[in-house]
Design a binder for this molecule. Structure first.
Ligand code: F6R
Length: 256
């Protein structure tokens, strides 16, 4: 894995935004996989700024989000569909027909998940997937012990994840128990992955992801099997990495 540690979440997010802008400049019709939560908010702010300054044109890109809560409509302010429109899609003016978020109200969940996988394939696959990481090592909502070959499907959130996400709800009990999420296999099929993590609270999951054994107990560790993953961290999230000095040395002396 290509591990980069930045002085701040802002700096890491700017680097991620520049990376995405370079990809879209090379491939205007790039397919982007997107995440929600706190972690990508600064990245989305940077992308909006780039679009407004003319440094990025997202009008021909297609997007697929990782996940959505079951039982929430995309108009519900607590849904990830709403989050995406507020934090990226509306500010950059992307045609919503080019954006995809699993339908949390789909009457036939299995058909919805299968259609989501087909839509990704029909778009040519995901060029670059943005990921955050849960404190328990989940990516998307692939909770510990998720199959490393899994595809988009319904999953049950752990108590810990529901507590972590309770800030958007009245209490942890109000956080939906179920989500639709891309699988680990879906994520591993993307051509490139940018994993962002900020703050001490992610340090343990980050160390186990990068330096621990590959195993379903830390779903993000499956990324070790992917050939093109860049991990962008701040000091807090990097604080438990045994090989931190090595990663800094590699980043400061990139091969020509
Ligand atoms: C969000 C997602 C989750 C989050 C993770 C971290 O679409 O798939 O895996 O990335 O729960 O959330 P934050 O960034 O809020 O700490």
């Amino acid at each position: 894995m290509d591990v980069r540690v930045y002085r701040s979440a802002e700096e890491a997010s700017s680097a991620a935004a520049a990376h995405i802008a370079a990809l879209v400049a090379r491939k205007h019709e790039a397919v982007l996989g997107l995440a929600t939560g706190d972690t990508p908010l600064l990245l989305y702010r940077q992308l909006i700024a780039l679009v407004r300054s003319g440094g990025l044109d997202l009008s021909r890109t297609t997007t697929f989000n990782l996940d959505e809560y079951v039982g929430l409509s995309g108009d519900d302010p607590r849904s990830y569909g709403h989050y995406m429109r507020t934090n990226l899609f509306d500010p950059v003016g992307i045609d919503l027909a080019r954006t995809h978020v699993p339908d949390g109200l789909a009457p036939d969940v299995e058909a919805e998940c299968e259609a989501y996988e087909h839509a990704i394939a029909a778009a040519g696959g995901i060029d670059l997937q943005v990921l955050g990481i849960g404190a328990d090592g989940h990516v998307g909502f692939n909770e510990p012990t998720s199959s490393l070959g899994s595809r988009t499907r319904i999953k049950t959130l752990t108590r810990r994840t529901r507590a972590d996400n309770a800030r958007f709800f009245e209490s942890p009990d109000d956080v939906p128990l179920h989500v639709l999420t891309m699988g680990i296999g879906t994520i591993l099929d993307s051509r490139e992955v940018l994993l962002l993590a900020f703050g001490d609270g992610k340090a343990d999951a980050v160390a186990r992801t990068i330096e621990g054994p590959v195993g379903a107990i830390v779903p993000a560790s499956a990324l070790q099997l992917h050939r093109n993953v860049r991990v962008l961290l701040d000091d807090g999230a990097a604080s438990r990495l045994a090989l931190r000095a090595y990663y800094d040395e590699v980043a400061a002396n990139l091969p020509p």
